[in-house]
Design a protein around this ligand. Structure first.
Ligand SMILES: C[S@@+](CC[C@H](N)C(=O)[O-])C[C@H]1O[C@@H](n2cnc3c(N)ncnc32)[C@H](O)[C@@H]1O
Length: 356
């Protein structure tokens, strides 16, 4: 059984990395490269997973739009598509009488096929098999989605929608407490997913500012500890969490402390997702940024002992030096162009000495 997930076109690598991380971790596809059960297309991932697994992945994603149970997968030859449509046992997919059928063209793929013509073929094939049927784009009970991408045409039944709208309601500008250094909620969600954060996990963000990462962790069912040296930001994080947490009265621990003085003994089983200061919008409180990174990495290796860390950093920080000096390993890295002079990187790091 195949499902396909339609990705956002906002970034070249983040949408793929997020879905792969979730497929590898939660589900059945531990060895994505080895088994030939995942296919990658422009803005689409097609995988051999159940509808329930597809739903679990899509609902967590920041950079996916929706997920569909596949009905047909075809080349972009109209004759082949029509033939495959005629072989579908539609009753398996359509048990209600009001449906919508929408074909979406990714970029400029399959320009030789006219979308309205293809939609008509789909509708008449269903009508031939099921008979009485109403097409309604406003309130359909079942939505069919066709995607033209690269050399493929995929048709599926919509089964899952991502939480992007809810994430947008938690963007920095929408929160009761705002600070210009605040991280975007979608990027925070991506970082948590890249860290494979699951329900019940414990997350530490030692530079939590206005609380974006702890708040998103709470929405994924994890327990979060946020630390920041700035008391005003900790108070603001508390307000944001009170207004926007998933569970009323959610427990998110916040601590106002300088990481140079963080009262941590050795801890185990914590995942670290964080966005350290880089001295422009977010204050370093008079400290050299490299010094802050050095202390952070020392804490990571000696006290926190996290198996997986996902962090954001500006391009001028010699991050690889810190990582390799601590015998840590880079799993993947994504560049985010912020504006002309600034590129930020999301880096996924593992400690090979700590078992998963
Ligand atoms: C880039 S901001 C984090 C923004 C945060 N992710 C948010 O969404 O609001 C970096 C944070 O590190 C904090 N910080 C700077 N130096 C620190 C230190 N020595 N110990 C702990 N926090 C520090 C700053 O106060 C700032 O809030």
């Amino acid at each position: 059984m195949y499902c396909f997930i339609v990705l956002s076109g906002e970034h070249d690598t983040l949408p793929y990395a997020e879905v792969i991380s979730l497929l590898q971790d939660n589900l059945m596809l531990k060895d994505i490269a080895g088994k030939k059960n995942v296919f990658f297309y422009d803005q689409v991932i097609r995988a051999n997973i159940t509808p329930q697994e597809c739903k679990e992945v899509v609902e967590k994603c920041a950079f996916a739009h929706y997920g569909c149970l596949e009905i047909i997968s075809s080349s972009q030859n109209l004759r082949e598509i029509v033939e495959k449509l005629s072989e579908v046992s539609w009753k398996e997919f359509i048990n209600k009488k009001v449906i919508s059928v929408r074909v979406i063209r990714m970029k400029e793929y399959g320009l030789h096929i006219q979308v309205p013509v293809l939609e008509k073929h789909i509708v008449s094939s269903i009508k031939e098999s099921i008979g009485d049927l109403r097409i309604d784009y406003k309130k359909p009970s079942i939505k069919l989605v066709g995607i033209l991408t690269e050399d493929r045409f995929l048709l599926g039944k919509l089964i899952a929608q991502s939480s992007r709208k809810a994430l947008e309601r938690r963007r920095p500008g929408q929160r009761p407490f705002f600070h210009p250094s605040a991280l975007d909620s979608k990027l925070a969600r991506f970082m948590l997913n890249a860290c494979k954060v699951k329900e019940g996990d414990v997350i530490l963000d030692p530079f939590c500012g206005t609380g974006t990462i702890p708040l998103e962790a709470e929405h994924l069912g994890a327990r979060a500890l946020g630390v920041d040296v700035n008391l005003e930001l900790i108070k603001g994080a508390l307000i944001n969490i009170q207004y926007l947490s998933k569970e009323k009265g959610a427990i998110i621990d916040l601590l106002c402390s300088d990481i140079f003085l963080l009262p941590l003994r050795k801890i185990k089983g914590v995942k670290v997702v964080t966005d350290p200061p880089y001295g422009r919008v977010a204050s370093t409180h008079g400290r050299n940024v490299n010094e802050i990174y050095a202390v952070f990495f020392k804490l990571l290796v000696n006290n926190i002992r996290a198996q997986r860390v996902v962090m954001l950093s500006p391009h001028w920080i010699p991050l690889k030096d810190f990582i390799y000096k601590c015998n840590l390993r880079i799993v993947e890295q994504h560049a985010l162009r912020v504006h002309g002079g600034l590129t930020r990187k999301v880096t996924v790091i593992e400690n090979p000495d700590i078992p998963r």
